[in-house]
Design a protein around this ligand. Structure first.
Ligand code: PLP
Length: 390
């Protein structure tokens, strides 16, 4: 249709910059799967603990499905809150070491609802430059002013907090494990500065949940910072292999969210089977304490192998390992070459990462054995050589 022609011009531009996106269909989830032709090593899955197909997780989901039906059929505040939702909120609060937790439809919706409930026009948010898009969108929705501090630089945060103290409420936001760089925020310093400067603080633990800390409780629990950090948000869709998001917080913040968070109030509650699967995943994580440690140890070995060969894995210290490439075409080309070897390593390009910082973002899962990872690292090094990256 004629009124849509502007989209073609946009696409031409994207094509020229090699950043047109498309959707591929995969035969299965998880770090390792087969299709009709071959076995694939998927280094682009967030199923960190290999729980998406875990029999206990599937059984817990099925039990909730059969007990309560396909959908919650109403919002949380109407008649959509069922026993699995309540149990899950209790389990998440206990897991994270907070008095309570509020369940949302996804991690994105958690940020999009929580941040605008805490701050509004005339207030200010201080966020790390590399925070996830859901946080940026949340700040836009809130109408608060956004100040971005240099990545992981607590001193710069302090400077900004000192400078911008115009009287409104102030909120500091960062991620405990960064989604695209795989590096760790200096949480203790950041929490201390927020406290000194009398600002609230929300930490996004999307990639730490299930992986870092005792029994995968996250980095806030690992460092014992629950008293200093107002809100620990997380997702059920990565380490916990399902779907949904949550904010672990005080009873006071819970009351605020229930009354104000629009992504909780104006949307249907999670399907019971989805809450059930998260309960199943949490039970596995509680029962098997060493899962995250094993994953992080394997990630160390894998990363060292890449680094020794001369690849730039940036400041990764987690199961997320970027390989810095630079320009979009080179990232695409390396990814294609690896695909031919049965390795899925999706290129990440702007606007997901800053201009000129295109990379392959690898994420390891417990589906990958030590041998798989040695093979993958060697294949990556060989392909990078053929591409002239080494
Ligand atoms: C994935 C992610 C989210 C969003 O979580 P979903 O449950 O997938 O919506 C939020 N924050 C960060 C840092 C993430 O990586």
């Amino acid at each position: 249709m004629k009124q849509e022609q502007w989209i073609d011009r946009l696409r031409t531009e994207w094509d020229r910059e090699q950043r047109t996106r498309c959707i591929d269909v995969y035969p299965s989830v998880g770090g390792l799967f087969r299709d009709a032709h071959r076995e694939w090593l998927n280094l682009s899955s967030n199923d960190y603990l290999n729980l998406a197909r875990h029999p206990d997780v599937i059984a817990a989901s099925e039990a909730a499905l059969h007990a309560y039906g396909a959908g919650a059929t109403a919002s949380r505040l109407v008649t959509g809150t069922l026993p699995p939702h309540e149990q899950l909120e209790h389990a998440l609060a206990e897991h994270k070491g907070y008095p309570t937790a509020v369940l949302f439809g996804s991690g994105y919706m958690t940020n999009a609802g929580t941040i605008p409930a805490l701050v509004g026009r005339g207030d200010a948010v201080f966020a790390d430059r590399l925070v996830h898009a859901s946080i940026i969108d949340a700040v836009t929705l809130s109408r608060a002013r956004l100040y971005r501090f240099h990545h992981n630089e607590a001193d710069h945060l302090d400077t900004l907090l000192k400078k911008h103290n115009g009287g409104g409420r102030r909120l500091v936001v960062t991620e405990s494990v960064f989604s695209m760089d795989g590096d760790l925020a200096p949480l203790r310093e950041i929490a201390e500065i927020a406290e000194q400067r009398n600002a609230m603080i929300l930490i996004d633990e999307a990639h730490a949940t299930g992986v870092f800390g005792p029994n995968g409780k996250g980095r806030i629990a690992e460092l014992g910072l629950q008293e200093q950090i107002n809100i620990s948000m997380g997702t059920l869709s990565k380490g916990l292999a399902g779907y949904g998001g949550f904010a672990a917080c005080s009873d006071r913040v819970r009351a605020l969210l229930i009354n104000r968070a629009r992504t909780l109030i104006f949307t249907t509650a999670l399907p019971p089977a989805v809450a059930g699967s998260a309960l199943g995943a949490l039970a596995v994580v509680e029962k098997e304490p060493g899962l995250g440690e094993t994953l992080l140890r394997r990630a160390d070995h894998f990363r060292n192998r890449l680094r020794e060969a001369g690849l730039d894995t940036m400041r990764s210290e987690s199961q997320i390992i970027p390989i810095r490439v630079g320009d979009n075409a080179a990232a695409l080309s390396l990814s294609r070459r690896l695909r031919a070897e049965g390795i899925l390593a999706v290129p990440i390009r702007p606007p997901t990462v800053p201009q000129g910082r295109a990379r392959l973002r690898l994420s390891l899962t417990l589906a990958h054995t030590e041998e798989d990872l040695v093979r993958a690292a060697d294949a990556i090094v060989t392909c990078a050589r053929k591409e002239g990256r080494l």
